[in-house]
Design a protein around this ligand. Structure first.
Ligand code: AVJ
Length: 328
């Protein structure tokens, strides 16, 4: 990365200033807490403590997605590199761990560029600097933007042969099926005709396996979930008594999704920015959806959004899928 690229490109749809994680939006938080079904966006999990806890979750025995996705990618990365072809621009939606993108850049044929797109600029800059120095032949250009809305792609010194949209980690699961389709449409538009998508998608499976993955025995996921209340207290001056809420993760098999909840153990009221939020006993805030798909279900969704599934890889236990799809 040269001096010019040290800062991420701002984008019209991004926030005004780089933040430590995604800044809490008071209006959005209040609207969510005052809705008939209380809810908070999962993007608010990832302050510094939340990111640390998520890293711990990824290392838990019960939480299979992270290691399984990486294993599936490792096993098929050479076949993937053949499919992608030379001089691809890798455009990552959300800048997460470097491990997966390093695997790609190590195996793709002369990758031309790497473009991480995120609303959390500190992650972006840190990741970009590391990768730029390790991959001098790859043009690393972070873009600071909300990837759910169309955004402008940067120019590169070497014109890439194709765009490869990269969306690992089953982050697509955070979106309802309707919103996931809209996001895939944005991806198809950013990929451009002839481009492609590499996406990790968690699979429908035995509810007991899912339950264990989101209700780990060490209670790390509970701490991760409850941390968002601590964050609301610290950053918005709310007065949640965190001891009066409990973590619940419930699998709805018909909807094919885990719902992460924070349940009030008693009737109470919480004050936040001059508003009073009443809770009944056992009333809960939904803090995250994590949707699970069958292969066929995901193919149908992707086709509706403008992709043609080319290859889908899964692990031997059928836990997690990685899809390569072309945009048309
Ligand atoms: C990062 C959204 C893929 O849904 O499994 C892990 C987040 N939540 N444990 C997921 C998460 C609880 C994770 N994603």
């Amino acid at each position: 990365m040269d001096g010019q690229n040290a800062q991420p490109l701002a984008n019209g749809h991004g926030p005004d200033a780089p933040q430590d994680g995604v800044a809490l939006d008071l209006v959005e938080v209040l609207a969510g807490l005052m809705a008939p079904q209380k809810h908070l966006s999962p993007k608010y999990f990832y302050d510094q403590r939340g990111s640390e806890l998520f890293d711990q979750i990824c290392g838990l025995d019960e939480y299979y997605p992270t290691r399984t996705e990486l294993a599936v990618m490792r096993e098929h990365v050479d076949e993937l590199a053949e499919l992608v072809g030379p001089r691809a621009a890798v455009i990552e939606f959300g800048a997460g761990s470097n491990t997966k993108v390093r695997l790609l850049l190590d195996h793709l044929i002369e990758p031309a560029a790497y473009v991480p797109v995120d609303i959390s600029a500190d992650y972006l800059v840190q990741q970009a600097e590391e990768l730029a120095s390790d991959y001098p032949n790859v043009h690393v250009q972070p873009v600071f933007a909300d990837f759910t809305q169309p955004f402008a792609l940067p120019e590169h010194p070497v014109m890439p042969d194709r765009n490869l949209i990269f969306f690992p980690g089953s982050t697509i699961g955070n979106f309802t099926r309707a919103k996931a389709c809209e996001l895939l449409e944005v991806m198809a538009a950013e990929a451009k005709p002839g481009g492609a998508l590499l996406i990790g998608v968690d699979l429908r499976k035995d509810p007991d396996v899912l339950h264990a993955a989101y209700n780990d025995s060490l209670g790390i996921t509970a701490e991760f979930n409850l941390n968002v209340l601590t964050r609301l207290n610290r950053e918005l001056g709310a007065n949640f008594d965190v001891d009066l809420f409990q973590h619940r993760a419930v699998y709805d098999e018909a909807k094919g999704r885990i719902e992460m909840r924070l349940m009030s153990t008693q009737r109470q009221a919480v004050a936040i920015a001059g508003a009073e939020i009443p809770f009944d006993e056992n009333e809960y805030i939904i803090t995250e959806y994590s949707h699970k798909y069958s292969i066929d279900e995901f193919h149908a969704l992707a086709r509706r959004a403008g992709f043609e599934p080319a290859r889908s890889w899964i692990d031997d236990d059928g836990l997690f899928s990685v899809h390569y799809m072309s945009a048309h």
